[in-house]
Design a protein around this ligand. Structure first.
Ligand SMILES: Cc1cc2nc3c(=O)[nH]c(=O)nc-3n(C[C@H](O)[C@H](O)[C@H](O)COP(=O)(O)OP(=O)(O)OC[C@H]3O[C@@H](n4cnc5c(N)ncnc54)[C@H](O)[C@@H]3O)c2cc1C
Length: 404
């Protein structure tokens, strides 16, 4: 059996190694368009490679995928995050689990993962051909003919093909897969931070609020977690998560929308009011500026007093009912205009790609072209940060490699 893997990234290598271990007689070739393979793995996780997430329950794992989560459930039962960890450790890559359950190689260097893949492909005699970009696949009887962009490279025949070409924000780069009968979900970026050019809150750059809730006004999209104020707007895990949940909606809004911020992670306004009344009882004569509710960062609290037009020197027991309500509203329902996005450390992923409706998720085989399989970010699967995107590449790559 001749197997072509198109794309030399995480999913491509995982699929190739799995396929060769399952079918030792198969001739397996990875075609990579650029000069280097595994470039994204190399830069992943800030060069440390957050290769998975050590969540215990598969249901929890699925929740990290705004696109594909439900359909990945069975796939994770075949190859889970725990299987992935065992896979790398069995191949001589010791791992470490952080407090936040993100998993890294113990070396804290993504090169350990790259080396592991290169050693495995060399040991198993999987051929890796760089500088070869596949531009079309044509059916030839029961086999497939691959055509390359580089004119001097002759078409090549394979029995099975696994497409692992990764995320692509450009719709036209997916035309060749659409031409084979696959439905394409328009690709848009996910995992970005919010630009707020007209908002004075950026003066507070550097401030982190440990547990905020951010939501897109007028929608159900919301996310909780640390919020970082930057010189261009807002970032941090809560914002990245929200950008992932709402990726398609925000693209449709052309990244112009209002974000609501609950600075205190308490949606019950009664509770927040009670907290402020307790402060009035306990510290009646303290100046507003001298006692911060919910342990808010001091610069943020002063900014809120200014935003509510409350004098810093006013005492807590001098707060009028109107002033109290204003503060409760600001603490739980603050609003900022977003205009544009910025990619976070270039760690974006693509929302969209080959629709899961076109793929049999039990085998990752195309429903319209028997013999073609998919794995990785080319599929309409993407997740929040934390090792989940690579996990999807390992799981789908493993299944495609097993089922060819
Ligand atoms: C900077 C950065 C950091 C990240 N960090 C993390 C992290 O720590 N943890 C995590 O879980 N996720 C992370 N991600 C996301 C994760 O890296 C990707 O989701 C994952 O690498 C996708 O793997 P893939 O094999 O599907 O695609 P890719 O890694 O993109 O590989 C696809 C390969 O196919 C090649 N190719 C494309 N078209 C063709 C063609 N026509 N012919 C031949 N070759 C082709 C490309 O050149 C590429 O090498 C990060 C992403 C970025 C950008």
């Amino acid at each position: 059996m001749r197997v072509a893997i198109i794309g030399g990234g995480a999913a491509g290598f995982f699929a190739a190694i799995t396929a060769k271990e399952k079918h030792p007689e198969a001739k397996i070739v990875i075609f990579e368009k650029s000069k280097a393979v595994l470039s994204k793995v190399k830069i992943s996780g800030g060069g440390r490679c957050n290769l998975t997430h050590a969540t215990d329950a598969i249901d929890e794992l699925c929740k990290a995928y705004p696109r594909g989560g439900k359909k990945l459930k069975n796939a994770f039962h075949i190859f889970s995050n725990k299987d992935c960890m065992a896979w790398f450790e069995a191949r001589g890559v010791p791992l470490t689990i952080q407090d936040d359950l993100c998993v890294f190689p113990k070396s804290q260097d993504s090169q350990s993962i790259v080396d592991c893949f290169l050693n495995e492909t060399s040991r198993l005699d999987v051929r890796v051909e760089t500088g070869k970009e596949v531009k079309a696949i044509q059916r030839k009887d029961a086999a497939f003919e691959l055509h390359f962009k580089e004119e001097k490279i002759k078409p090549a025949i394979f029995d099975k093909v696994i497409v692992t070409t990764g995320g692509s924000p450009k719709r036209n780069e997916l035309d060749w897969l659409e031409n084979l009968g696959h439905k394409i979900e328009d690709p848009v970026p996910s995992l970005f931070t919010f630009n707020m050019p007209g908002e004075s809150v950026s003066q507070l750059m550097g401030i982190v609020v440990e547990n905020a809730i951010v939501s897109v006004q007028g929608t159900k999209f919301k996310a909780a977690g640390p919020l970082l104020i930057t010189h261009w707007g807002m970032s941090g895990p809560a914002v990245l998560k929200l950008s992932s949940f709402a990726a398609r909606h925000l693209s449709e809004m052309k990244y112009q929308f209002n974000v609501q911020v609950n600075w205190v992670n308490e949606e019950n306004q009664e509770m927040v009011l009670r907290n402020l009344l307790d402060i009035i009882n306990a510290h009646p004569s303290k100046a507003l500026s001298n006692f911060r509710p919910f342990d808010l960062p001091s610069r943020l609290w002063l900014y809120m007093l200014d935003k509510s037009a409350l004098q810093h020197t006013k005492r807590w027991n001098e707060l009028s009912k109107k002033g109290l309500n204003q503060l409760v509203n600001l603490l739980t329902n603050d609003s900022y205009a977003v205009n544009g996005k910025t990619t976070f450390r270039d760690e974006y992923v693509t929302c969209g790609g080959v629709s899961l409706e076109s793929i049999d998720m039990k085998s990752m085989q195309s429903k319209s072209c028997e013999g073609i399989y998919f794995a990785g970010e080319i599929m309409d699967i993407d997740a929040i940060t934390g090792g989940f995107n690579l996990q999807a590449a390992w799981t789908t790559g493993y299944i495609a490699g097993q089922f060819i």
